[in-house]
Write a protein that binds this ligand. Structure first.
Ligand code: ZN
Ligand code: ZN
Length: 571
């Protein structure tokens, strides 16, 4: 499938257009089309051949033509022209905080800045301060931003942003007169990674609140401080902004600063169609220019004829249409989770006994866990021999006698070997209540081979769940080459579930594949893959992914009660 390749070219066009300060709507149109094509489960070449390109959401006539051009000739003229006109290295400068496309363009025109090194040199030689609207301060800020950019490894995991948000919000709550403290942006939408953290609040004395914010003990650097906005760096590389808004505008402001950009563009269009201009400040009636203020975000949506849209859905992936039609999903919640079907214990490489894992799960309000230890070929992880598995089964039976209102299920995380065979024979798998099958070895194999391995595991009559289905580790390891639509098709056909591994740097399946799986009728299970009792709590990160993937309670195995679960599992 060329979907990812085509999407990559469209993304690049969007970025280059932005660098050349082209029309905003054009910039967004390309990135929207790219994302849509990236998440299409159908082969883009087939769609193109059948003349259905413009039926893909976000792909209009003009972009459809470009996609066709690419599939026929291997390139897009507009893209080639943009590349010709953009020195390599210039696009990277878009990543430097505080440098907009217009400024980059000026630096390029006036100072022949073509890359990061040129930029740094120009700043050190004090050539930037002589440009219009620049000065010694902007020069210093650019150098600092370059420093930070070199240090930072891009975005941080949502799970790493969470304690920072908690700490900052906790501090802000001690400032008197500061209220309605909420972190917006990609944090509120619960993207798997977060860039800057944007906090919104109201204050009786805004300037004092900002001063207190930039003096917080955890601040390492102050990037900026104005009457209603402060910007700081904490934990070496994380930028946190505090913005104070008027109470009467809090609803529109929170909506605006939660984003996403694409969702907001679409929502503004909905407002325009009704004769209003939506901004962070108000809804302005176009007929007479009168401002309507909203202190609650839900009221903004209600005024536009829409129910409240959960932040996790605000990516312009059909949520506004669904809201208008009254078809928003009832998103799953952490409290809907009744158990965890993939945890490890000290029988293999876990650091808690089965009983310790069970006690913690009980404390979390669960009804069951499946203790799914490794199989023999994962030797370094203490995989269980068939004899040891038998002893574990006996121990679990004895433990269950002592537990009230809670059941430990016998699980296994059986390895899918390089040749596609499972690491236990069927008669051993038959002894387990829950069989999770995962790829751990030979992840570099060709797409056809890995896909074949996963499908043969799915077709096994005992395999209930495929563990961490793409193997990716965020920021460390790419997903293996796997034909996911083919895998999901096999899962749908055989009633095999896919895991959403909740481990914070796995989150695998991701939101896009989770939504596709749901649409194909595949059930999922959000599992912690916990290796000690404390790690059971990572479940909440998986729930975020499920919400961003539009999942409801009925899509999840582990939202079932024990008896329903047992009926839903393969024998
Ligand atoms: Zn595993
Ligand atoms: Zn595991």
């Amino acid at each position: 499938m060329k979907n990812r390749e085509v999407a990559g070219v469209l993304y690049q066009i969007s970025e280059l257009l932005e660098l050349h300060a082209e029309n905003r709507f054009k910039v967004i149109a390309y990135s929207r089309a790219a994302r849509s094509i990236e998440s299409q489960k159908e082969d883009i070449e087939v769609v193109c051949r059948e003349g259905r390109l413009d039926a893909i959401p976000g792909v209009g006539k003009a972009i459809a033509q470009k996609v066709e051009e690419y599939l026929k000739t291997g390139k897009i003229q507009v893209h080639q022209d943009l590349l010709q006109n953009t020195p390599a290295g210039l696009a990277e400068l878009l990543q430097i905080s505080g440098l907009g496309p217009k400024t980059i363009f000026m630096l390029h025109e006036k100072l022949e800045v073509n890359n990061l090194d040129d930029l740094e040199k120009a700043a050190r030689e004090h050539r930037i301060r002589r440009l219009p609207r620049m000065g010694a301060t902007s020069e210093k800020n650019i150098l600092k931003a370059v420093e930070r950019y070199k240090k930072r490894s891009t975005r941080i995991l949502w799970s790493a942003a969470e304690p920072i948000v908690d700490e900052v919000s906790g501090y802000l709550r001690t400032i008197s007169g500061l209220e309605n403290i909420t972190a917006g942006g990609s944090f509120r939408r619960a993207r798997e990674t977060v860039g800057d953290i944007d906090i919104l609040a109201t204050a009786s004395r805004p300037e004092e609140a900002i001063s207190a914010f930039v003096r917080m003990p955890l601040v390492e650097e102050v990037l900026g401080k104005g009457p209603t906005k402060g910007s700081v760096i904490v934990k070496e590389t994380v930028q946190v902004d505090l913005r104070i808004v008027e109470p009467r505008s809090y609803g529109t402001a929170l909506q605006y600063f939660t984003g996403s950009k694409d969702h907001n563009v679409h929502l503004r269009q909905v407002a325009l169609d009704r004769g209003y201009s939506l901004s962070e400040y108000s809804l302005k009636r176009l007929s007479d220019g009168r401002d309507l203020f909203f202190d609650k975000e839900d009221d903004v949506y209600a005024f536009l004829g829409l129910p409240a849209i959960p932040p996790e859905l605000r990516e312009d992936r059909g949520e506004i249409e669904a809201a208008a039609a009254g078809r928003l999903p009832q998103l799953v919640d952490l409290k809907d989770i009744r158990g965890d079907l993939h945890v490890h214990s000290s029988w293999s490489d876990g650091r808690g006994s089965v009983e310790e894992m069970a006690r913690e799960a009980l404390a979390l309000g669960y009804e069951y866990i499946a203790v799914s230890d490794h199989s023999p070929s994962v030797g370094i992880a203490g995989g269980l021999s068939p004899e040891k598995l038998d002893r574990k089964i006996e121990a679990i039976a004895a433990l269950n006698e002592t537990l009230k209102g809670f059941t430990v299920l016998v699980g296994t995380e059986v390895d899918i070997r390089a040749d596609g065979r499972l690491d236990y024979p069927d008669e051993i798998l038959a002894k387990c209540d829950v069989v999770v099958a995962s790829v751990h070895m030979a992840q570099q194999q060709k797409e056809r081979t890995i896909t074949g391995r996963l499908i043969s595991a799915i077709e096994n009559e005992h395999v209930d769940i495929i563990g961490h289905p793409t193997g990716r580790i965020i920021g460390k390891r790419d997903p293996y080459d796997v034909d996911m639509p083919a895998v999901l098709e096999a899962a749908a056909r055989t009633g095999t579930a896919m895991e959403i591994n909740a481990y914070p740097n796995r989150l695998d399946l991701n939101e896009v594949w989770a939504r596709t799986a749901k649409e194909m009728g595949v059930k999922m299970s959000i599992n912690s893959d916990a290796h000690d009792p404390e790690q059971l709590k990572v479940m909440r990160f998986g729930v975020k992914v499920a919400r961003r993937g539009w999942l409801e309670r009925k899509d999840l195995l582990n939202a079932l009660g024990l008896q329903e679960l047992i009926r839903a599992l393969k024998p």
